[in-house]
Write a protein that binds this ligand. Structure first.
Ligand SMILES: Nc1ncnc2c1ncn2[C@@H]1O[C@H](COP(=O)(O)OP(=O)(O)OP(=O)(O)O)[C@@H](O)[C@H]1O
Ligand SMILES: Nc1ncnc2c1ncn2[C@@H]1O[C@H](COP(=O)(O)OP(=O)(O)OP(=O)(O)O)[C@@H](O)[C@H]1O
Ligand SMILES: [Mg+2]
Ligand SMILES: [Mg+2]
Lengths: 468, 468
């Protein structure tokens, strides 16, 4: 008799932690730092607080113990908005719980990252993790020592203290131990922090490890981009399930009002136009639509030429990409392009790319390509080969631009920002081959390629002139 | 005020379906076929039934409609053990529910695949899926038409019928519609079926699509490997969380009896040896161990030289790999190697590799490598670049063997079977860079490389002799 059972989400991710970026002690080290830094940056940006982040990595092994896998302590402190004390245990103790399931651009998306980090510490060291937090303008700082109950997917608090918040501090400190291979991960961790500092120039970050490394990324600008606003879904590409779910929330509204309320880029005029094409009266209550009417409405909306989405939920890098590339490589040429907002499955997104040439850019080795990828202002350091950006670059016929991308000092930079980045993996290593996103990256890269081609032609012509 | 919420596992996978292999309409088509075929094979192997699987793919669009994304109907029929009627709605209607969370080798592992397939159909067509099933020797066939309630993660039955099972049929039929790009996926689907037929020679499979393709893979052998047995965890690499979970199940047992009961390769002698090293009395009830005692015991077990794991839970391909490679390529040379069972994190695994040369093996293009990968008898067709096998092959210095793997007609074959394959992705595209598995693949590939090198030397020597 086969044993049928249901497992909790925490049990699922405990059993399959490779799926979340925890595949070996080296990668784990990197993933833990990444998840915690991204949480801190999201927290500061949520209220336009200039981020101040401190990261401390300590070796917890006894002196003289030089092993590949060591007991490490990590402590990340930020000055963000903290977590309300009743929510804090769940924020780190309940998998698939968080504040980022709304339609807005953040780094967080899954409700998983912070939990996986502390879970890994728990299963490798049997020690509780500490969360110390205070929200803005609150009287107390809350100190929690916890475990995750993996079978039941809920926090287990082993110690709690309420401390008077005399200095009106706000933010979050997370502190826990885990077994990891820090030496193997260090280079990539530093690369990640370095690239983050470039595209988040308003961040200040201190990084201190137990090998004597102390990095201070100072703030380069004191202004922050406008806060990303929560927005409505764009109607293009919304699937039937989401459609039906939204209808349930507003079943008493007349269908025309429902369309205006729940989607961006639909005003009363557009709504009536759509309903005309679908043969549906605009006054009928949307919850009363029959199945065939729903299908007809859905199929009309699928091919309706809606205006481009509102970008106010998005926070692109913009000109800072050029400034950052210049600081990194001092190239002789940079072409930067930011696309108009587009959307896929209802989610607005903006693609920004740059192509740079010369300066300190190295000529690629081993058939590789210098590709720097970013998503929602997170640098993606692993697995570029399968990323949609890499596919675009490899699919382009570069002969048409008279550029040999494998043998010239060229670097590509791609940033995608969206209310949902279609990551292929839960470790956020690379982005799936999503058709609309592929198209936008291709159009943007091609524009930069034309500019580079023109520059190189002109350069060759000038040199030819000199020679004559 | 930030909105904190918990989402259900079904809502999580609905929102993040790219994570599960549903990243675009082409890949989706492939993933759906894969998930259903793997479920059918698991079902037949569960009771050593010679598999008979029929797959029908129909075009549901109106005539003359040639679109890239079409409404497709898929129907997969098998003669497996079916699902008991009270469990069937949850097997396809509740995410993270299944019968494969036990310690045995199956293709299924996540409790997700079948659900994701029907979920995709539901969100793209708004139509219910059909499951028709009967278990062995039962009077009735059960017919269900269902949806998944994505918010609540439970099935919604819209129609049920009980039919007299006059012909004592057993097995399962799954039938549903989805929007997909079949033309784009066809080649990879057929490749997948073709490779499956090679390593599962006792399977009979019929595949009929709407483009006139009709493939019949006939059974090559009528004997099946022994049924995989459910086994105990191997003590090497078991983490503290699992350790504590097992203790909870047997807290009243004396610790020596607990060790013997819950782990393979621990008899009473080994148990007492371990407890001696840990300074723990063998009669103390395991639930009564203090935290420091637990840590000491765990750390002793971590470095204890246990015997290799029991392989009776595993079902390697064995000699059939050579037969299959020969049928595929007619190479002039094949070297096959099956490693002894090893384990990682308590899970036993066996690596089998082969290296073949010449015959119909093509010389690789574009810096690629001919690598065929399999895991628990599933062919892995996508994303080889990041797979642990590919890493092993690229990390080896082939000059030492005087072999140029990029310019000679060489093909590599790697099969890993385990009670848990450490997939890097939920779409089971490739395997994570897990250190113990990496080592075993490397040792096995190197053994075959030495054999190939010897053969090529001898061949060159013979040709040299002829020339003189
Ligand atoms: N440093 C922090 N400051 C404030 N809130 C935080 C911090 N870290 C985590 N949180 C809160 O805890 C929640 C859960 O964090 P977690 O990293 O597990 O998921 P997430 O960030 O929502 O998504 P993802 O899995 O993609 O990272 C967040 O949504 C946020 O509300
Ligand atoms: N064709 C089938 N015959 C018999 N049982 C089946 C069949 N298909 C699915 N099942 C049952 O339904 C359960 C759920 O299947 P599902 O594919 O969702 O998950 P899984 O196979 O357990 O894991 P994975 O997500 O890795 O495929 C299985 O564990 C099995 O018990
Ligand atoms: Mg997070
Ligand atoms: Mg399955």
């Amino acid at each position: 008799m086969l044993k049928f059972e249901e497992i909790s989400p925490s049990d699922f991710f405990y059993r399959n932690k490779e799926i979340a970026g925890f595949e070996n002690p080296t990668k784990t080290c990197y993933t833990i730092v990444r998840e915690l830094v991204e949480n801190s940056l999201d927290s500061c940006e949520a209220r336009r607080i200039l981020p101040e982040i401190n990261i401390y990595v300590k070796n917890m092994e006894e002196m003289g113990e030089e092993k590949e896998e060591q007991k490490i302590n990590i402590r990340v402190e930020d000055n963000g908005i903290g977590i309300p004390s009743d929510k804090a245990p769940f924020a780190f103790g309940k998998i698939l719980y968080g504040s980022k399931f709304v339609l807005k651009q953040h780094r967080g998306i899954f409700g998983l990252g912070g939990k996986m980090a502390v879970l890994y510490g728990q299963i490798t060291t049997n020690m509780p993790f500490k969360v110390i937090t205070a929200t803005m303008d609150t009287k107390y700082i809350h100190y929690y020592e916890m475990f995750i109950d993996i079978v039941k997917n809920q926090p287990k608090i082993v110690r709690y203290e309420k401390i008077l918040n005399k200095e009106m501090w706000h933010g979050l400190i997370i502190d826990f131990n885990f077994m990891g291979n820090y030496k193997g991960a260090k280079k990539k961790i530093i690369e990640y922090l370095f690239q983050t500092a470039i595209i988040v120039p308003y961040m200040q970050l201190l990084y201190v490890d137990f090998e004597g490394t102390s990095l201070f990324f100072e703030r380069k600008v004191s202004s922050m981009p406008p806060e990303a606003k929560e927005i409505l879904l764009h109607p293009k590409g919304v699937d039937l399930e989401m459609f039906k779910r939204l209808i349930k929330l507003d079943s008493h509204l007349p269908v025309s009002k429902f369309l205006c309320k729940r989607f961006q880029k639909i005003g009363i005029k557009t709504a009536n136009d759509i309903l005309n094409l679908a043969g549906i009266s605009s006054n009928i209550k949307v919850g009363r639509l029959k199945d065939e009417e729903l299908q007809k409405l859905y199929s009309v909306m699928k091919s309706y030429p809606f205006k481009r989405p509102d970008a106010k939920a998005l926070s692109p890098i913009g000109e800072y990409m050029k400034i950052g590339i210049d600081a990194m490589f001092k190239p002789e040429f940079i072409s930067f392009d930011q696309r108009e907002p587009s959307s896929y499955e209802g989610h607005p997104f903006i693609v920004e790319t740059a192509v740079a040439y010369g300066g300190r850019i190295p000529i690629p080795q081993n058939n590789e390509i210098n590709l720097y990828r970013f998503a929602n202002k997170i640098p993606l350091i692993y697995d570029s080969y399968n990323d949609v950006s890499m596919k675009v670059i490899k699919d382009i016929n570069w002969n048409a631009y008279k550029i040999n991308i494998y043998q010239e000092p060229i670097a590509f930079f791609v940033h995608i920002c969206s209310t949902k980045i279609p990551y292929k993996t839960l470790g956020k290593e690379y982005i799936a081959n999503q058709p609309e996103i592929y198209k936008e990256i291709e159009l943007s890269i091609r524009r930069n390629a034309r500019n580079l081609s023109a520059y190189l032609n002109k350069k060759k012509f000038m040199e030819y002139q000199k020679v004559r």
